[in-house]
Design a protein around this ligand. Sequence first.
Ligand SMILES: [Cu+2]
Length: 126
Amino acid sequence: MGKFILAVILFLALTLILSACSGTSTTPTPTPVASPTPTATPISGQASVSISGFAFVPSTLTVTVGTTVTWTNQDSVTHTVTSNDNLFNSGDITTGATFSHTFEQKGTFKYHCTIHPFMTGEIIVE
Ligand SMILES: [Cu+2]
């Protein structure tokens, strides 16, 4: 009889442990520590954009006021970096050439390539 009771106690203990385990598995896993801001950290001072494969890379760049952005043409054809609002215009940027512009005001500055108007990008100045 003693062994039977022991077996019952063991069974109950196992059941408790198993239910405890399933209990912990259903608790939501803690969310990973989020980065301070969901948006990209603005770049300060100097930033660069590649012109590659008929695209501006990255097409959206976030910088702080006073940052100089330099575009480098890595394509085998000529491109331009032309502000949609005529705030800046590189003129022709031949293969390997660069164009720089310093952003002194906050805002979103959209630009495109006049030769290939489907090429668009924007600089967000914070
Ligand atoms: Cu182009």
